[in-house]
Design a protein around this ligand. Sequence first.
Ligand SMILES: Cc1cc2nc3c(=O)[nH]c(=O)nc-3n(C[C@H](O)[C@H](O)[C@H](O)COP(=O)(O)OP(=O)(O)OC[C@H]3O[C@@H](n4cnc5c(N)ncnc54)[C@H](O)[C@@H]3O)c2cc1C
Length: 344
Amino acid sequence: MVVAEVVELTGQLAENYDVVVVGGGAAGLNGALMLARARRSVAVIDAGEPRNAPAAAAHGLLGRDGMSPAELLERGRAEVRGYGGDVISGEVLAVNRADGGFSVLLADGRSTRARRLLVTTGLVDELPEVPGLRERWGRDVLHCPYCHGWEVRDGAIGVLATGPMSVHQALLFRQWSADVVFFAGTASPLDEQDVRKLIARGIRVVPGEVAAIEVTGDRLTGVRLADGTVVAREAVAVASRMVARAGFLADLGLRPQEHPSGMGEHFPADAGGRTAVPGVWVAGNVTDLAAQVGGAAAAGAAAAGQINADLVAEEVDRAVAGPFSPESESRICELVAGDRRHGL
Ligand SMILES: Cc1cc2nc3c(=O)[nH]c(=O)nc-3n(C[C@H](O)[C@H](O)[C@H](O)COP(=O)(O)OP(=O)(O)OC[C@H]3O[C@@H](n4cnc5c(N)ncnc54)[C@H](O)[C@@H]3O)c2cc1C
């Protein structure tokens, strides 16, 4: 069982915010940073369990490659607070419509209100029930070659077949090492074309049920098959089923949907993160299962821009509805007449 360190964040929750961001990973914090810099009142409510917590370092992130996930988020929280945003420990249990916005209820009984919601709660990686696999997740049990491939380059890598993407995963890891073994398992037989691809790239195919991951000291050392054979390996790659975690959105009518890739479930949204429910945006892994840290952060920032524009539009509409002072009315007439004289 991986025990991620849960960071306790202090801070008082106010009664009302322009925006409540649910989830304080890369997507949520970058969204909150943009909103706080746009002079919006914003709270990030975070349960403190980012997806990559088991990993020692975040890789492939320009300017921050190799930084620990915990340090990256600590810097992000400090940046949000530096512009007056609140970053608060807590788990959001329920959100409901209230006064044209939303009420937000936390598991510890606290509550607040928001005009808009940005949901960035990430996903859960569901792993096959192989003894030893979960304990090594993010260390020497891997899923993403772009995150960890360099660290295991030229090593003895095993790929566990879990679904239709597993052959693709093995072919990708072959880019980092010539010593890749594909553990075909027993679930579904390989088709001839896939076998040809694996063999053509020098990937050894081992049939049979995988019984356990072998660990010696604090290192993965092999894959044990049901017949007792142990194939020595230094790292194992496995594709998780990725399931977006935002069950509390069901009260607003938003439910996760099967991702078209077959890789899991997500909350669909448009390119800017807008969902089918007015006032609710999503960003990061909760909607984009494939987003890495940089992509999640960028999506959070983009959604924040959309939310601020939406709030600006609402405020302009309210202001235009008036009433205007007599001075403002006469100034409007003057300007409109002037524009007509100038043919505008
Ligand atoms: C083992 C591993 C290693 C990885 N390594 C890399 C890497 O090297 N480079 C890279 O770019 N990407 C890496 N990734 C991918 C990376 O983890 C994701 O891209 C990133 O975490 C997505 O950010 P996010 O903000 O969408 O979600 P998350 O980072 O998962 O953050 C979501 C936050 O929301 C909180 N939350 C959830 N539900 C609630 C709730 N109801 N109320 C309040 N808070 C809630 C969670 O506790 C969490 O803190 C790795 C992933 C894994 C699994």
